[in-house]
Design a protein around this ligand. Structure first.
Ligand SMILES: [Zn+2]
Length: 235
C-alpha cells in the first residue's frame, strides 16, 4: 500500500468512526429523552420500564436501575444482537431478552417496554384487548396478551414474540406493555396509544349493566388501511 493510499484509507476510517460515534451519541440522547418521557407522561414509575434503539448491529439499551434523569452522555450502554456488551460498563436492562428478541426477528429500530397502569390492569382481565377503537388498526389488529413468565427470562421473550405476531405491540400478563417501531417516536407513540385504548376499554366496560360495542374485523381492516396512509404526504 502506498503512503498516499494509506493516508486516504486512514482518513476514511477516521471519518467512518467519527460518523458512527456521532450516530451513537445522537441515538443515545434520543433514547434517554424517550425514557424520561415515559416517566413524565406517567407510563412508568421510577425505572420500571426500558427502552432500546438500534444503530447498525448495536442495540443501545437503558441500563438497569439507574433513574433516567441521572443518565448522561457518558452512560451509553450497548450490546450486540447476541446480548454481548459492546458499549459502556453499566449493566443493561434486565429485560434484554425481550428487546433482543424483537430486534432479531422484526424490522424494529426501537422498542419501548412499560408497566403503564391501565394496560397492565387489562393484561390481568382478558387474553386480547377487545377492539373498542379503530386505533387498534395502528398496532396491526386486536392486541394480544402474552402468557405470564418471570421478568427478564427467555420464556417471557418467547411468549411476547408469539403475542406480537402480525402486531407492533402486545400486553404482558400481570406485567405491562411492549411496542416497537421504526423510530423511537413511533415506538413511544404506540405505547401511549395502547395505554389510552386500555384506559378507554376499562372506562367503558365499568358501567354497570352496560357492555361496550366493539368493532368488527371488517371495520378494523378498513381503518387499518386508512391509517397506513395517514399523515402529511412526504413527511
Ligand atoms: Zn417490566
Amino acid at each position: 500500500m502506498t503512503e498516499q493510499r494509506r493516508e486516504r484509507e486512514g482518513v476514511r476510517e477516521h471519518a467512518g468512526g467519527a460518523r458512527s460515534a456521532a450516530e451513537v451519541a445522537d441515538a443515545w440522547e434520543a433514547l434517554v429523552a424517550t425514557a424520561r418521557r415515559t416517566v413524565s407522561d406517567g407510563l412508568v414509575v421510577g425505572t420500571s420500564g426500558n427502552v432500546s434503539v438500534r444503530v447498525g448491529d448495536t442495540v443501545l439499551v437503558t441500563p438497569s436501575g439507574v433513574p433516567y434523569d441521572r443518565l448522561t452522555p457518558d452512560d451509553v450502554t450497548g450490546v450486540d444482537l447476541e446480548g454481548r456488551q459492546v458499549l459502556g460498563t453499566l449493566v443493561p436492562t434486565s429485560e434484554l431478552p425481550m428487546h433482543l428478541a424483537v430486534h432479531r426477528t422484526t424490522d424494529a429500530r426501537a422498542v419501548v417496554h412499560t408497566h403503564a397502569v391501565h394496560a397492565t390492569a387489562v393484561s390481568t382481565l382478558v387474553t386480547e384487548l377487545p377492539p373498542i377503537h379503530y386505533m387498534t388498526g395502528a398496532l396491526g389488529g386486536p392486541v394480544q396478551v402474552a402468557p405470564y413468565a418471570t421478568y427478564g427470562t427467555e420464556e417471557l421473550a418467547r411468549n411476547m414474540l408469539r403475542a406480537l405476531a402480525g402486531r407492533t405491540g402486545c400486553l404482558l400478563r400481570n406485567h405491562g406493555t411492549v411496542t416497537y417501531g421504526t423510530t423511537l417516536d413511533q415506538a413511544y407513540d404506540r405505547t401511549a396509544q395502547l395505554e389510552w385504548m386500555c384506559r378507554l376499554w376499562l372506562t367503558a366496560s365499568s358501567m354497570p349493566g352496560l357492555t361496550p360495542s366493539l368493532l368488527t374485523p371488517e371495520q378494523l381492516a378498513r381503518a387499518g388501511e386508512r391509517l397506513r396512509g395517514y399523515g402529511q404526504p412526504g413527511r
